[in-house]
Design a binder for this molecule. Structure first.
Ligand SMILES: [Zn+2]
Ligand SMILES: [Zn+2]
Length: 555
């Protein structure tokens, strides 16, 4: 068996790794390279494998740097299932259609220029139609569900707490001839503990090989609570000056977290609510509005705090004075002066989208504030602003930077160095660790840190490269893989017992409320939907019963 690292090897974007046995090929992520022209060009390169030979794909989450080249992969011959969680599957159409649209627009602009210069025309990386076509391969699965991929491999998705639907993936590969099994864990992107809306990242204990992200391998985030306080004070002083607060935020994830935090603040702090209740909050991104709807349809994977808001009748993604702009007219209207407002718009790194218009209209104004709440990759406009540039060029116009620029890193959706170290330290089986998805310093500093702290000596992946995954075989000067058996631990057994007892309470409650809700006031569509869900529930319970009746003692 071999692993070929085909992306996110020199920076944080373009996540793409190929797992190969003699008979099967599985792709882990197929993300887009982002961050300036040099990165964009990489997207047009041939894949370092034949897409038509890849049997299936496993997708960690719906960020473009992890899924953005799926339409291209399909265009070049891939036709297998793309396994991902249900929430990721719901987000993908929004992400990929939007990405297809951006590629079409970019090609259009490039071609206008090329035409004038008499240069040859370019093709978009892929179109909205290509994106559409790739959606039929999406195969949604549940967290914690064992999926047989082929006769050699099975997989399981665990919550990574990074964005809605994000996953750490466990992959087991059977070696039939040798009668043994190798386990690979792919971290995807790891989230932060105690984040709003999302569950904490899952700690996994067993693996032979771990492929792990290191976005913040050498950084420590400030306390989250402090960032919320900071955000509030920026809002208050900006409003006092009579300016606007412009927040570039990823349409998926960060935007909903901002809505959630503001709702929570208004809820818990009546004094603050009094001061801010007349400051309108605009979500000015069609994609963010669509993504917020996906969040509302996937409350099942929310964390306990968010679920308790819903149980108490306060939807955590709604509050008074929150507006979703729909048309470009409405969007333009936001820049026609008027009272101070909060504008949350995409893209998060200011590379595209409506945010660039809001920057044009607010950057020059010393009364306004631009608040960054997420990671700004090298080469992006966001990074330039965070690093203190004096002027920027927007729509062919030079704009002076007079607005207050604030960087609130505590809102990051990525685990910091200590979070990453905690995650890797939970493995009890001394796995071989590959570090990817980080800038070079970040990977090296993290490798040094976990070497000193835990005696873990990872392999720092620095370029597209291939490694054999054969247990017992030396794959670097420092590390030899270990063997272990797959005896069930007490903890695993207790885990299942806990789940069963939780489920028995919630199923009782659920059936009671279903019985109460079923009446003549129910509309026909709802009746059909509820009926279908009840049928699935019934099938599942019959399957479970059959499983339990079978004599145990499987090998
Ligand atoms: Zn991500
Ligand atoms: Zn990522």
């Amino acid at each position: 068996m071999k692993i070929r690292f085909c992306g996110a090897t020199q920076g944080v974007t373009g996540s793409c790794h190929l797992l190969m046995t003699d008979r099967h090929q599985m792709l882990l992520d197929c993300g887009q390279f982002q961050g300036g022209k040099s990165q964009d060009r990489l997207n047009f390169d041939e894949f370092p494998f034949d897409p038509s030979e890849v049997e299936c794909m496993v997708l960690s989450h719906a960020h473009i740097d992890h899924c953005g080249r799926i339409p291209l992969l399909v265009k070049r011959g891939f036709s297998g299932p793309i396994y991902c969680t249900k929430a990721t599957a719901d987000l993908l159409p929004i992400m990929l259609r939007d990405s297809g649209y951006i590629h079409e627009k970019e090609a259009e602009w490039a071609n206008k220029k090329a035409e004038r210069k008499g240069q040859p025309l370019v093709e978009p990386l892929y179109t909205v139609e290509d994106a559409e076509r790739s959606l039929k391969y999406i195969t949604p699965v549940l967290y914690d569900q064992r999926i047989e991929v082929n006769d050699e491999m099975h997989i399981c998705f665990n919550d990574a707490g990074h964005i809605l639907g994000s996953a750490e993936i466990e992959i087991w590969v059977k070696d039939i001839d040798q009668d043994r099994e190798t386990k690979i864990v792919f971290s995807g992107d790891l989230g932060v503990e105690n984040r709003p809306i999302l569950n904490d990242p899952t700690f996994i204990k067993k693996a032979d090989y771990v492929i792990m992200e290191t976005t913040y391998g050498n950084r420590i985030h400030p306390e989250n609570a402090m960032s919320i306080r900071n955000l509030v004070s920026v809002i208050l002083r900006t409003v006092k000056r009579g300016g606007n607060v412009v927040i570039p935020a990823f349409a998926v994830g960060r935007t909903q977290e901002m809505i959630y935090e503001l709702n929570k603040l208004y809820d818990e702090d009546p004094k603050m609510y009094e001061q801010l209740k007349d400051v309108p909050v605009y979500i000015d991104s069609p994609m963010a509005s669509a993504a917020t709807e996906v969040f509302c349809n996937n409350t099942a994977v929310f964390d306990d705090e968010a679920k308790s808001y819903i149980a108490n009748g306060d939807h955590p993604l709604e509050f008074r004075n929150l507006h979703f702009t729909k048309t470009t007219e409405e969007s333009k209207h936001l820049n026609e002066g008027g009272k101070p407002k909060i504008i949350i718009s995409a893209s998060g790194m200011c590379e595209a989208g409506r945010i660039r218009h809001h920057l044009k209209h607010n950057l020059w104004d010393p009364k306004s504030s631009i608040v960054f709440v997420g990671y700004q990759a090298e080469g992006t406009l966001g990074r330039k602003l965070v690093e203190g540039t004096d002027t920027v060029n927007l729509f062919g116009e030079e704009i002076k930077v007079n607005a207050e620029i604030v960087n609130l890193e505590g809102f990051s959706g990525h685990a910091d160095r200590d979070g990453l170290a905690k995650w890797i330290s939970h493995f009890q089986t001394d796995p071989v660790v590959f570090l990817v998805h980080g800038e070079p310093d970040s990977k090296h500093d993290f490798a040094e840190f976990i070497g000193e702290k835990f005696g873990i000596h990872p392999i720092v992946v620095e370029q597209n490269s291939e490694f054999p995954l054969a247990r017992g075989e030396k794959i670097s000067g420092t590390k030899v893989g270990n063997t272990y058996d797959y005896e069930l631990s007490d903890e695993e057994i207790r885990g299942l017992q806990n789940k069963i007892s939780q489920l028995s309470t919630s199923i009782g409650d659920l059936l009671n409320s279903a019985a109460m809700a079923t009446g003549s006031s129910m509309n026909p569509e709802k009746l059909i939907r509820v009926n279908n869900l009840i049928r699935t529930l019934d099938e599942n319970q019959q399957e479970l019963q059959a499983e339990l009746l079978e004599t145990g003692g499987e090998d």
